[in-house]
Design a binder for this molecule. Structure first.
Ligand code: HEM
Length: 224
């Protein structure tokens, strides 16, 4: 969905999966409308103004937007810590650094490298004229290492206090789930640091292919 120039086969598989998933959600919504539970789909199914398509779209957005980026911050973040062992020790010895560490891991290796925008009026950015109607790419990964904004941008500093990274985007489309993602990440990094004090890398990971979504295929670790 996000990557540049997906193959025909990938497009067909995606369309088929989307339509199957949409049917699954419609069935689930009908079942929850008939017998509501405590869950989000039951709550959405009770809203009369929401059409079936809007309900499906909302669920897909929340699931896709809410899952993969958080997974990839977790994988990329642990890989960053293993590559910077003194920062891993520093964090392990002072878990009060978790909130700044999570922001720093998101800055250092963001899971979403690029988003696109359509230009609605002629603008000039940094001396470059950009005409109305073109599509532009915003490189979040690059902005997060901007030496004019960040002191020692290529250094991982789990205690970095001033960290205006843009891994959650900016402006009107700023990530809806940012507060939830921050809680999830502080909790999951904290739980692993506490419960697996000897966690160590088994082998260097491979990256998933992809230009926009940056994440590992897997990260093999041992726990002592
Ligand atoms: C660390 C994890 C996450 C990262 C890095 C992330 C990143 C982003 C980014 C960069 C955008 C802006 C996209 C754009 O400008 O076009 C965005 C939007 C969004 N995110 Fe997240 N996100 C994360 C977690 C979540 C979670 C947990 C949820 C929901 C449960 C979520 C829901 C959304 C939604 C609904 C939008 C669209 C907002 C809009 O267009 O108005 N995200 N996210």
């Amino acid at each position: 969905m996000y990557e540049l120039n997906p193959s025909q086969e990938a497009q067909h598989t995606a369309v088929r999966a989307a339509s199957e998933f949409s049917d699954y959600l419609k069935g689930l919504a009908r079942a929850r409308r008939a017998a509501p539970g405590e869950d989000l789909i039951s709550a959405l199914a009770q809203i009369e103004e929401l059409t079936e398509d809007e309900l499906v779209g909302t669920c897909v957005l929340l699931l896709n937007a809410g899952h993969e980026a958080t997974v990839n911050v977790t994988g990329n973040g642990w890989w960053s810590l293993f590559r910077n062992p003194s920062e891993l020790v520093r964090l392990r010895e002072d878990l009060s650094l978790l909130p700044t560490a999570v922001e720093e891991l998101m800055r250092y290796d963001t899971p979403l490298q690029m988003f696109e925008r359509w230009v609605l009026e002629d603008i000039e950015v940094g001396g470059v004229s950009i005409p109305k109607g073109v599509e532009i790419a915003l490189l979040f990964g690059s902005a997060n290492r901007d030496p004019e904004v960040f002191d020692r941008p290529d250094t991982l500093d789990v205690g970095r206090a001033d960290n205006p990274h843009i891994s959650f985007g900016a402006g009107i489309h700023f990530c809806l789930g940012a507060p939830l993602a921050r809680i999830e990440l502080v909790e999951s990094f904290g739980a692993l640091l506490r419960r697996a004090p000897d966690i160590a890398l088994v082998e260097e990971p491979e990256w998933n292919p992809g230009y926009i979504i940056r994440g590992l295929r897997s990260l093999d670790v041992s726990c002592g």
